[in-house]
Design a protein around this ligand. Sequence first.
Ligand SMILES: NC(=O)c1ccc[n+]([C@@H]2O[C@H](COP(=O)([O-])OP(=O)(O)OC[C@H]3O[C@@H](n4cnc5c(N)ncnc54)[C@H](OP(=O)(O)O)[C@@H]3O)[C@@H](O)[C@H]2O)c1
Length: 264
Amino acid sequence: MAGGAGVAVLSGRGKTGRAVISALGRAGAGARPLGRAEAADLRTAMRGCEALYLMAPNMSVDEPAFVDSALRAAREVGIRRVVHHSVAAPYAPRMPHHLGKAVAEDLVRRSGLDWTILQPCAYVQNLLPGLRADPPGLDVVYDPDRSFGLVDVEDVGEAAATVLLRPGHIGATYELGGPELVSVRDVAGAAEAVLGRPVPVRRTPVREWSAGAGAGLDRRVHDWLLAMFAYYDRHGLPAGPGPLTALLGRPPKGVRQILGRELA
Ligand SMILES: NC(=O)c1ccc[n+]([C@@H]2O[C@H](COP(=O)([O-])OP(=O)(O)OC[C@H]3O[C@@H](n4cnc5c(N)ncnc54)[C@H](OP(=O)(O)O)[C@@H]3O)[C@@H](O)[C@H]2O)c1
């Protein structure tokens, strides 16, 4: 898969897509990012590619339909290899956007294509806007002491390139978590050490979020995010480091290391 079109990366210009494409580039493989502009004619957009990195846009209204049409298009243009970007704990009926990924995973497994499924936990990078603000701070709509397997999106990109380019991953599903379980408060502590200034943590009440940051959102996205916050508030989102360590051939990067790089 050296050079050329190589891998068609759906949602390839977003946060994850950029990490996947740069990891493919470092490994000497070509990639073609596909987004809204190409969505109307996926067949034409994918033609000539050898593999598909199948990633739905964030909070897709109908992720199974999106994945189904991408799988059909791949089959029609002769792409046999597909890697599906899902999420840690996809079967979580209380989080509609996770459940959409669980249904999509089933479509991928029954697609007849050579598939691999990646299930990344939430990225450390999701918290960067608050950490880059002046003054920095983390405001979350859930318990800041819950545990998450927060992962580096760059490590996820590297794992994606590995399963796409190396043999032995067809029919495998890998949950991708960071090296240890951490809370939002732990992330703030790591950021304080990197920035050398206080990083206060605040739990925003749901009503305040709905009237503020959530006010401009589409109603469905607003409600799905509230469902996610309620789940995080009770359960966090734990995910272990084992599969990612094996794929990278090294431990995944920890919060302190990631923030050292991102906040430098
Ligand atoms: N963020 C996390 O912590 C996390 C963790 C695990 C899994 N995930 C999953 O990873 C995936 C990508 O997340 P992300 O945070 O990287 O997303 P993102 O940065 O918001 O990027 C999503 C991309 O989707 C494209 N897009 C939007 N609407 C589209 C449409 N109707 N048709 C085709 N493309 C469309 C956009 O591309 P254009 O602007 O080029 O059109 C955008 O660049 C999502 O499925 C998400 O659930 C995220």
